[in-house]
Design a protein around this ligand. Structure first.
Ligand SMILES: [Zn+2]
Length: 210
């Protein structure tokens, strides 16, 4: 496990744990390990294992989340020349619904525009829900020749995307929520244990055992 995946408070605690583990090993070697030291050493080892496991779990969840954030691939086109080859992504804009979309510049036409679809799956769900609703409403009124069939064909496809997207996002949201909860639990534990070890360390410095 690389320590780069650890947060600052976790790294600090690991440092202290190492100190006490090393000391425990020395005491074993010199035959001086008391029951109290033994308990401390094993508590340190348990917590170290727990810390690394937590950090690994966190890294996996966040990595999955990052992949999910990038799942939407724009098939953006310039509104003037209707081509994509000279497009350069310039930023992100938020519309009146709070959905985020990518902005582009077409270097052929020197035109800036915001793509008409969200750039992330969470906003995409809201977008699809609204879009499907609009299409269904439009079927209530008379449509030009061929349009009716076109809309009727498009709705199930959009619904399919929506149904596939929803559970993936829900799982990820639940994972992140559980992680946040676990994170504050661990922070509390780290804080308490660190204080305890610091006090033990001060005692050692104040009253050398030799
Ligand atoms: Zn263009």
């Amino acid at each position: 496990m690389n320590t780069a995946a650890l947060k600052a408070n976790e790294r600090e605690l690991i440092k202290l744990i190492r100190f006490f583990s090393k000391r425990g090993a020395q005491l074993v070697a010199s035959g001086e390990l008391s029951e109290q030291h033994e308990q401390l050493t094993s508590a340190c080892q348990n917590l170290e294992t727990q810390l690394y496991k937590h950090a690994e779990n966190r890294a996996a969840i966040l990595e999955k989340r990052e992949r999910l954030e990038k799942i939407i691939e724009d098939k953006a086109q310039c509104p003037k020349c209707h081509k994509a080859d000279m497009l350069k992504k310039t930023g992100v804009a938020t519309n009146e619904h709070g959905w985020k979309s990518n902005t582009y510049r077409c270097r052929r036409c020197n035109t800036n525009f915001t793509w008409n679809r969200p750039n992330n799956p969470w906003d995409m769900v809201s977008f699809l829900e609204r879009y499907i609703q609009e299409l269904e409403q439009s079927l209530q009124t008379a449509q030009p020749e061929g349009m009716q069939e076109h809309i009727e064909g498009a709705i199930p496809q959009l619904q399919d995307s929506l149904f596939r997207l929803r559970p993936v996002l829900q799982t990820s949201n639940e994972e992140v929520e559980a992680l946040t909860e676990k994170e504050s639990e661990m922070d509390r534990l780290i804080h308490q244990f660190k204080n305890y070890l610091l006090i033990e360390k001060i005692k050692l410095d104040t009253y050398p055992e030799e």
